[in-house]
Design a protein around this ligand. Structure first.
Ligand SMILES: [Zn+2]
Length: 290
C-alpha cells in the first residue's frame, strides 16, 4: 500500500437523523422536524471547493428522495455512495428488511443522479457479529466497495476484536467486496477513534493532527450537523449522547478547515484506483464474524 492514504467522507443526513433514539428513529417522525441539511451541506461544499478536494458522500435514500437537487449538486463535484434508505441499525434488522432497505436506497439515488452507485456504508457502522449475512447481501445488491467496519467498541455495533484497520478484500462465493474500514490509535491499550463525528469534535486538534500524521491510512466520517452550532438540541437524548452530539460544534468548522489544509485527502473512489489490491489481505466473509 502506498503511504498516507487519507480519505474524506461525509454521511448526507440532517440534524435529526440520530440513530436508536425513540424520538428520531423512524422516517414518519423526520418529516415534522425543520430541515437544515441544504444550508449545512452547501457550507461544507464551499470549504471543499476552496481546497479543491474531492470527497465521498454517503447518501441516505430518504434524503435522495426528498432533496434530489441537493444530491445532484454534490454529485457534480464529489463521489456519491449509499448509506441505506431509512438509517436503521443493521444488527436490529433481519436479512430481508436489510435487503429491502439497501435496494430502496440504491433506487432513490439512481432516481436522483441518473446512475448506479456501488459504494456503501451502514448507518452507525452497525455491522456486528449478529449480521453474518451483511457482505453477501451487499454483493447481491451490486455493491463493490464497503466502508462499514468499525474495528473498536462503540454504542452501535462495531467489531472490537477486528484485526484489520487498513483496506482489505472480503471474499465470498463468486463475489468480492473491497473494504475500507475505519481505523484507530491505541492509547493505553484501548482503541481510540479520532477521525470523525463526536470524536473529531471532542479531541483537541493537535492530537488529531499528530494521530493523522503518523497513520498511513486515515478514514474520516463527518456529517453536515457536525458543523452546525444552531441546530435544535434533543434534550431527551441521554447525557453521554448529548455530550457526543453537541460538544465542540462551534469550533468544528475552523478545526475542519485546518484539517483539510494540513493534510491531503481524496475520495474513496479515487483511492480505490490507486491501491494495488493484489497486495492487500483477503478474508472469507464468514471469518470476519467469528
Ligand atoms: Zn449515518
Amino acid at each position: 500500500m502506498k503511504p498516507s492514504l487519507r480519505l474524506l467522507t461525509f454521511d448526507l443526513e440532517d440534524w435529526y437523523h440520530i440513530l436508536d433514539h425513540p424520538e428520531t428513529e423512524r422516517p414518519e417522525q423526520w418529516i415534522s422536524f425543520p430541515s437544515r441539511i441544504e444550508r449545512n451541506t452547501e457550507r461544507i461544499l464551499n470549504w471543499l471547493r476552496e481546497r479543491k478536494v474531492r470527497s465521498t458522500w454517503f447518501v441516505l435514500g430518504w434524503v435522495a428522495e426528498r432533496y434530489p437537487e441537493l444530491v445532484r449538486r454534490i454529485a457534480a463535484e464529489h463521489d456519491i455512495a449509499a448509506h441505506g434508505y431509512a438509517h436503521q441499525l443493521v444488527y436490529k434488522s433481519d436479512r430481508k428488511s436489510f435487503r429491502e432497505d439497501t435496494r430502496r436506497c440504491l433506487e432513490c439515488i439512481r432516481q436522483a443522479i441518473g446512475r448506479d452507485v456501488s459504494v456503501y456504508r451502514a448507518g452507525g457502522f452497525s455491522v456486528t457479529k449478529a449480521t453474518p449475512w451483511f457482505f453477501e447481501e451487499l454483493a447481491h445488491a451490486g455493491i463493490e466497495i464497503d466502508g462499514s467496519i468499525f474495528p473498536a467498541a462503540r454504542n452501535h455495533g462495531g467489531l472490537p476484536g477486528a484485526q484489520w484497520s487498513k483496506p482489505f478484500i472480503v471474499q465470498g462465493d463468486g463475489w468480492q467486496i473491497r473494504e475500507f474500514p475505519l481505523m484507530y490509535q491505541t492509547i493505553a491499550g484501548r482503541r481510540l477513534v479520532f477521525s470523525g463525528g463526536g470524536y473529531f469534535r471532542l479531541l483537541p486538534y493537535p492530537l488529531i493532527r499528530r494521530f493523522t500524521a503518523r497513520a498511513d491510512y486515515t478514514m474520516t466520517y463527518f456529517h453536515p450537523r457536525d458543523f452546525d452550532p444552531d441546530q435544535p438540541v434533543l434534550s431527551s437524548l441521554p447525557v453521554k449522547r448529548q455530550w457526543m452530539s453537541y460538544t465542540g460544534l462551534r469550533t468544528a468548522p475552523a478545526k475542519f478547515r485546518q484539517y483539510i489544509l494540513d493534510f491531503e485527502f481524496s475520495s474513496i473512489e479515487t483511492a480505490d484506483r490507486t491501491i494495488d489490491w493484489s497486495d492487500r489481505p483477503v478474508f472469507r466473509h464468514e471469518e470476519l464474524f467469528r
